[in-house]
Design a protein around this ligand. Sequence first.
Ligand SMILES: [Zn+2]
Length: 180
Amino acid sequence: MNRRPQWARAWRDVVLALALDDESAKHARKITRQAGVEAVEIRPGNASAVVRDRGTSYPVRWKMPTLTEGAWDRLGAELLHRPLAVVGLLRENDTSPLEEDLADVLDDLIPSGHLLDASCGCDDWIAPCRHALAVGTAIADVIEADVWKLFELRGRTRNWLIEIDAAARADRLLRDAGYR
Ligand SMILES: [Zn+2]
């Protein structure tokens, strides 16, 4: 069984729920299947790609807010309560055995639909257009292959977890040694 991780499904559902009609969603899936989405780039707060559709290339960008400092602090604390999940994320980037444990934490990284803003170089009046939907579903594939891309999209990299994990360890050592 090659079941998608929960966060990749959640992302895809949010994107496809924005489709104005089934036709656009169907066309988007076709473009994605034909590998018409190229050069997907993930940055804090946005993802961009180029979509090839019937011989023409369209630049697409999805924008969303990054998480606030407070939200990251809460998410970090949640993660640190799941030492196995932290090890899985940091050492292996293999989250499959930990999916259940991680799913509710990573759920906070999935933006709700009204926070997403898609733009495309085509002149389709439908927003998001089929090209944007194709990129939206391609992003689901990207975060399925590498969950860190989801973190990056909302504003944090692997280093963030390395740092808060190290700080928590140091804290524990000092406490155990009676310094705190
Ligand atoms: Zn378009």
